[in-house]
Design a binder for this molecule. Structure first.
Ligand SMILES: [Zn+2]
Length: 377
């Protein structure tokens, strides 16, 4: 959804310029190597771009931060730091960097686009609207902002029908007519999950989590549906709920699964391998592990975890069933080996930009390669 390519598409015209600029002169600098500790902000900027392209977001953040320190008037470095912080799930830092880029150059539309998008993801629809309105005032030709702005204005109108949960850990929004009874039932179940999963992982989301209930869409098990699965990754919980009261066990399982994704987003940012994210969600579903073991027993062929880092959306239905089962099996194995806290610590390492294989080895005390062999045989 937010691949490194985006930096070229939507963003940072200045970064592209920077990139092209450097490409022309890089030959003379190759002997310095990619990791050189330079005090040249342009070179640091190039290191940052390369790191983002290679998904080393921690390295990217430190390169852009250093470049911004050396060249504090250049908005493209603040933009680069914002993109890296965003990918690490460091939302507050990302917001500050995008804001900084805009302060330095108020007509820098890509920075406004990202700032507004982030504010919207964090549930601050009104802030997001102001950011886009200000950007459009400065750059009326930025028509790509207009359609999202229209959607957000509709959403802001819906927010007047906000339903706050008793425990204040969840806020519910309706897409479609409000159903207070069902909302109360869902929030009570999510509060139960908050304490159950929180206790198991010793991790409790500090900010309220927004839950969006689609009241005109028929309830179904969305936990294996790629379109919905992807939606869960922004830290908000999305559930179609029409007719859900007739299937209370399934509803509880879906809520538990989606809540774990929100916790993973909070702990690990946006660079968590999909198998780890999905595996955790399935492990904490009622009966999730038993079901996964049953699926695995029916087959002798198992995919490798390395193939399950980037999403399951291009898998066939039977491949996806197997992918979820293997993911759950692998996560349960990690928990058996080192306990849930080691898994949480690994997620936190990823949020700081650590390389997955090294963080895995440090936290689980086993080489990732050996672990993969172990769970796939
Ligand atoms: Zn899921």
């Amino acid at each position: 959804m937010d691949s490194p390519r985006v930096i070229h598409n939507t963003g940072a015209a200045r970064l592209i310029t920077l990139s092209i600029l450097i490409a022309g002169v890089s030959v003379t600098h190759t002997s310095l190597g990619a990791q050189s500790r330079t005090s040249d902000p342009v070179k640091l900027g190039q290191e940052g771009i390369t790191a983002i392209e290679e998904r080393r977001f921690g390295d990217a953040l430190s390169a852009f931060t250093q470049a911004a320190k050396l060249s504090p008037r250049d908005p493209s470095f603040a933009m680069g730091a914002g993109i890296a912080a965003f990918r690490l799930g460091q939302n507050e830092a990302a917001e500050q960097w995008f804001g900084q880029a805009l302060k330095l150059e108020p007509s820098y539309t890509p920075a406004a686009e990202r700032l507004g998008g982030l504010q919207h993801r964090l549930g601050r629809v009104k802030d997001a609207i102001s950011t886009y309105e200000a950007a459009l005032k400065r750059t009326p030709q930025a028509t790509n902002l207009e359609s999202r702005l229209a959607d957000w204005r509709k959403e802001a109108a819906l927010q007047d029908r906000f339903y706050e949960s008793r425990g204040a850990h969840f806020s519910v929004l309706f897409e479609g007519p409000a159903d207070e009874l069902l909302a109360r039932r869902i929030v009570e179940q999510l509060e139960t999950e908050y304490w159950r999963v929180g206790t198991a992982l010793t991790a409790y989301p500090a900010q309220p989590i927004t839950v969006i209930l689609y009241t005109t869409e028929q309830f179904r098990d969305i936990t294996r549906t790629p379109a919905w699965t992807a939606a869960a990754y922004d830290g908000r919980i999305h559930v179609p709920i029409k007719g859900a009261l007739a299937l209370p066990d399934q509803l509880d399982r879906v809520l538990s699964h989606e809540f774990v994704h929100a916790v993973v987003a909070m702990l690990g940012g946006r660079n968590v391998p999909v198998w780890l994210n999905e595996g955790l969600a399935v492990v904490y579903e009622a009966g999730g592990v038993e079901n996964a073991e049953r699926v695995l027993k029916q087959t002798t062929v198992r995919p490798s975890l390395a193939k399950l880092h980037d999403g399951f959306s291009n898998l066939s239905a039977s491949e996806a069933t197997l992918a979820y089962a293997l993911s759950a099996h692998a996560v349960q194995r990690m928990i058996d080996l080192r306990g849930p806290y080691a898994v949480v610590a690994l997620l936190q390492d990823l949020a700081r930009g650590a390389d997955f294989a090294s963080a895995f080895q440090q936290r689980i005390s086993m080489r990732y390669e050996d672990f993969q062999f172990d769970v796939s045989h």
